[in-house]
Design a protein around this ligand. Structure first.
Ligand code: NAD
Ligand code: LMR
Length: 342
């Protein structure tokens, strides 16, 4: 967990002692929704990256102070703030990676789909600007419901004639981070080693941890499998309830998204060994989008790993079939929303 970030931070510390081997800070990253609960800590973590040269922070309000604050950290990137739609084009120009945590979060009693009516339009409009001003960027969607907002983003990019399925990602890293944490705790494993792939989507039963594919391999009783699967699926709700009306996961989400951004930057930088789970256009199942492990490279998704869905246990195979109708409906809802607008 967090191996990418740790490696990057470690290599940064090393470099402070040895200026000659400093990796080039040469990538431009934009955070849309940067003044929010996720946006602020995520922007801070991205500011820590030695690979980032420019960090553009965009929101509809309150972003100036966030940028001024973060800009005082003595790390390589230049931080700039952008407020409101009129400043969005300049924010996006020449950007390599756009991360989108803009939108409203859940309150207790709500599903992620209850956020659709507000967040669908926010994502549509932001991605429309991405299509106009940085069509080659990696686009990473955090805004919920991810199962619908990613298909919306794909449709908008298609309508603008710039859709590259290899460069559009739903950020599901938090599901993996949670799975790794809970499995390591339950099985008394060394956290740093544990990696659990989580596939499907990012809501309720569509979140499917493949415990049988845990590395290093671990054995689970039927009871442990059920308990861990349900906890991972409900972890977002666990945080929403603990926050009691003030929002959903922000800090763990920022950590997870920073890991995904750092992995993407390492891939862009030529590292040939970068794998993350993400909700992407996929042919691994009969659904058009599906979260699974992907190999990241300079051009985005370089490969899906079909073997990840082979040799599943009966429990996992049944859960996979059971999640498909809900995931399909959420994808179709997103596509219909985006197509209705034209
Ligand atoms: P928040 O309300 O604290 O922050 C959202 C920010 O978005 C605010 O600063 C707001 O001004 C901004 N915003 C609203 N409309 C905008 C627009 N049109 N353009 C730019 N910025 C805009 O919410 P949060 O806790 O940061 O959560 C944000 C989203 O992330 C929610 O939809 C939440 O459900 C989702 N989320 C996803 C995951 C995941 O795993 N993918 C995890 C946690 C939260
Ligand atoms: C999460 O998994 O924490 C996010 O999707 C936020 C939420 O609403 O649960």
């Amino acid at each position: 967990t967090g191996a990418a970030l740790r490696a990057s931070f470690a290599s940064k510390a090393q470099k402070e002692n040895n200026h000659n081997s400093q990796p080039q800070a040469s990538y431009k990253v934009a955070v849309l929704g940067a003044a929010g609960g996720i946006g602020q800590p995520l922007s801070l973590l991205i500011k820590m990256s030695p690979l980032v040269s420019n960090l553009h922070l965009y929101d509809i309000a309150n972003v100036k102070g966030v940028a001024a604050d973060i800009s005082h950290c003595n790390t390589p990137s230049q931080v700039r703030d952008f407020t409101g739609a009129s400043e969005l084009p300049n924010c996006l120009k020449d950007v390599n990676v756009v991360v989108i945590p803009a939108g409203v979060p859940r309150k207790p009693g709500m599903t992620r789909d209850d956020l659709f009516n507000i967040n669908a339009g926010i994502v549509r409009d932001l991605v429309s600007a991405v299509a106009d001003y940085c069509p080659d960027a990696f686009v990473q969607i955090i805004s919920n419901p991810v199962n619908s907002t990613v298909p919306i983003a794909a449709e908008v990019l298609k309508q603008k004639g710039v859709y590259d399925p290899k460069k559009l990602f739903g950020v599901t890293t938090l599901d993996v981070v949670r799975a790794n944490t809970f499995v390591a705790q339950r099985k008394n494993l060394k956290l740093i080693d544990v990696d659990v792939p989580v596939v499907g989507g990012h809501a309720g039963i569509t979140i499917l941890p493949l415990l049988s594919k845990t590395r290093p391999s671990a054995s689970f009783t039927d009871e442990e499998i059920d308990e861990l699967t349900v906890r991972i699926q409900n972890a977002g709700t666990e945080v929403v309830e603990a926050k009691a009306g003030t929002g959903s996961a922000t800090l763990s989400m920022a950590y997870a998204a920073a890991r995904f951004v750092e992995s993407s930057l390492r891939a862009l930088d030529g590292d040939g060994d970068v794998y993350e789970c993400s909700f992407v256009e996929s042919n691994l199942t009969d659904l058009p989008f599906f979260a699974s492990r992907v190999k990241l490279g300079r051009t985005g998704v370089e490969a899906l790993i079909p073997s990840d869905l082979q040799g599943l246990t009966d429990y996992e195979q049944k859960a996979l079939e059971a999640l498909k109708p809900e995931l399909k409906a959420s994808i179709e809802k997103g596509i219909a929303f985006a197509q209705k607008q034209t």
